[in-house]
Design a protein around this ligand. Structure first.
Ligand code: FMN
Length: 219
């Protein structure tokens, strides 16, 4: 990867653009993105240059005090068996005698999707102005940017968690520092199938503030 991401000219004014309708383009990109389950993501995955572009898009997420409260770790093809072993070990911690299908499903998770990243939330260095939810918001926004660029390139992607990520064994296996928390996997690849689903409308999500009155109001 190159040392420095190249930023577009900050004076660019998309609002005044007449040639392209940037709002329509952005909306179309966002509205046509749906998560694709990792088992439905096949080769080819993104090239190293495409992955770099996705990660640099992720790096533009809003970030209070520029803490960069996240990082990504790529799991290479030849590390997938080791990840299967880790999933199995984490499962056996929870279920010493796991059912055969649970075991098979846990192991298979490591082998889905040509590109597999682990997203790690960083709680350190501490900053009293930036509590954990703000850090998680930065990571969420970063992953959305990454998935939108992946979608624009024709790839599918999905974030997935799982109980293994909460095991201390998992953190040890990835050599996480104190204050680092594995948040989710990011799977990227060519979608075999896209399941579209309805999205909430604005009136379900946006209300007007109604200042409290009477007994509930503070003096
Ligand atoms: C951090 C995070 C972890 C997630 N983990 C899982 C998971 O383990 N399994 C799952 O089915 N969905 C998981 N989801 C939800 C999917 O990534 C996805 O958002 C959901 O399937 C809805 O798809 P959509 O992106 O098309 O709306 C997770 C979402 C987030 C933000």
């Amino acid at each position: 990867m190159t040392e420095q991401a190249t930023a577009p000219d900050a004076s660019t004014n998309f609002r005044g653009s007449t040639e392209d309708d940037w709002a329509a383009l952005a909306s179309a990109l966002i509205q046509t993105r749906f998560s694709v389950a990792p088992r439905l993501l096949q080769a080819p995955g993104p090239t190293p240059a495409e992955l770099q572009q996705m990660v640099e898009a992720a790096g533009t997420a809003p970030d209070h005090h520029d803490l960069r409260p996240w990082r990504l770790v790529c799991i290479a093809d030849d590390q997938r068996d080791a990840l299967s072993d880790l999933f199995e070990a984490c499962l056996r911690e929870r279920e010493p005698q796991p059912r055969a299908d649970h075991l098979a499903r846990a192991r298979a998770k490591a082998h889905h999707a040509p590109t597999l990243l682990l997203a790690i939330l960083r709680h350190e260095p501490a900053d009293e102005d930036v509590p954990a939810p703000e850090r998680a918001a930065t990571l969420g926004a970063a992953m959305m940017n990454l998935m939108l660029v992946a979608h624009a390139m024709g790839y599918g992607a999905m974030l997935s968690g799982g109980r293994s990520l909460r095991s201390p064994r998992f953190a040890r296996a990835f050599g996480l520092a104190p204050g680092e928390q594995p948040l989710c996997f990011v799977s990227i690849g060519t979608p075999q199938e896209i399941q579209r689903r309805p999205r909430p409308s604005a009136h379900e999500l946006l209300t007007q503030w109604q200042p409290a009155s009477g007994r509930n109001a503070d003096p």
